[in-house]
Design a protein around this ligand. Structure first.
Ligand code: GLV
Ligand code: MG
Length: 345
């Protein structure tokens, strides 16, 4: 780590871990939407400065979706954009190439000296275990020391291999730089040999069917309703627990069907309700969806504040609108209130 004594945990605090943290602490920086752009695409890159302040995170993507022939242009494009832009309240992240690719060493040795003072988080794809994070951590420490940077660049891992999922707890705890985890549903589906061909989201064939309704003489009657299931529930729940255990942030990931805003919102909302703090945006219209979904609603905040007020010293039980509230429901309400305060800060 560089000479600074500040660690990753000084920059980001978990939102929902254990007993709620007092509301007076320094607010975390929101990261509801991590908006991906390809810095080698000049048209797209030209729009980035105007997006500052409209989204929590802008991420220059160097990995998948950038053609092999454009890897150098993407890296150089990111340096140019970062050097020429004041990011104000918006964080700047990058997704580097995979650790087994021919590009990643140049990604890190170019970006840290050139724009390390502007980069908040480096997203590392296809992380398999703690050893991958240790490697990035050590290399970053060397490059930061050489560049004289006085604040550590944080690390975010994408969970997109079966081995990564098996090692999720050790990945989360591998370094104080760990900021969070995202689900990588496309790579993970391929690695698991799932039978999907989409980038995130559901599948109409993954469903449960209502039991048959029978008439008095045993004949099946009526339609049997089907309900589509969330393909990602297990992995997101696992990710959320691992992140909570280590005090870092869980995120959903990409939703590739840009036209299907309804399904996108549903997928994001499931992740939010399960504990995720944000998601990726692959198109500007997904920013608005993410900002809406990953902010608690006015009604939820109002209710949470009523419970906090009714619970007085925070112990015991009270009845509110016919429902029992106690120490544990107070904790849930404080998570909501605190998130609202952090987003408003
Ligand atoms: C993202 O990188 C994914 O593989 O879904
Ligand atoms: Mg991927």
């Amino acid at each position: 780590m560089p000479s600074s004594s500040r660690s990753a945990k000084d920059f980001f605090r978990p939102l929902a871990v254990g007993a709620p943290t007092p509301l007076t602490e320094v607010p975390a920086r929101p990261s509801r939407a991590i908006h991906f752009f390809d810095p080698s695409n000049e048209k797209m890159a030209a729009k980035i400065p105007a997006m500052v302040g409209t989204v929590d995170v802008l991420l220059g993507n160097l990995e998948d979706a950038v053609k092999a022939d454009n890897k150098v242009a993407a890296r150089e494009g990111l340096v140019k954009i970062a050097q020429g832009t004041d990011f104000g309240p918006t964080q700047l992240w990058t997704r580097i190439n995979a650790l087994d690719s021919p590009w990643v060493l140049d990604d890190l040795t170019t970006l840290v000296p050139a724009i390390g003072d502007k980069l908040d988080v480096i997203m590392v794809p296809k992380v398999q275990g703690a050893e991958d994070i240790h490697y990035v951590d050590r290399l970053l420490a060397q490059l930061e020391a050489k560049a004289g940077l006085d604040r550590p660049i944080l690390v975010h891992a994408i969970l997109e291999t079966a081995r990564g999922v098996a090692n999720v707890e050790e990945i989360c705890g591998a370094s104080p730089r760990m900021q969070g985890l995202s689900l990588g549903p496309a790579d993970l589906a391929a690695d698991r040999r799932m039978k999907t061909t989409r980038v995130g989201g559901g599948h109409p064939g993954y469903l449960v069917r209502q039991d048959p309704t029978k008439s008095s003489d045993g004949i099946e009657v009526g339609e049997r309703a089907t309900y589509q299931q969330d393909l990602w529930h297990y992995t997101i729940a696992r990710m959320v627990d691992a992140c909570a255990m280590h005090g870092i942030y869980p995120y959903y990931g990409p939703f590739g069907d840009i036209a299907d805003e309804v399904a996108c919102e549903d997928q994001f909302r499931n992740a939010f309700l399960l504990g995720c703090v944000g998601t990726w945006s692959l198109h500007p219209k997904q920013i608005a969806i993410a900002n809406r979904v990953f902010s608690p609603s006015v009604e939820d905040i109002k209710h949470a504040r009523r419970v906090v007020a009714a619970m007085g010293d925070g112990t015991g039980a009270v009845m509110l609108d016919g429902k029992m509230e106690d120490d544990a429901s107070l904790k849930q309400c404080l998570v909501m209130v605190r998130l609202a305060e952090e987003l408003a800060a």
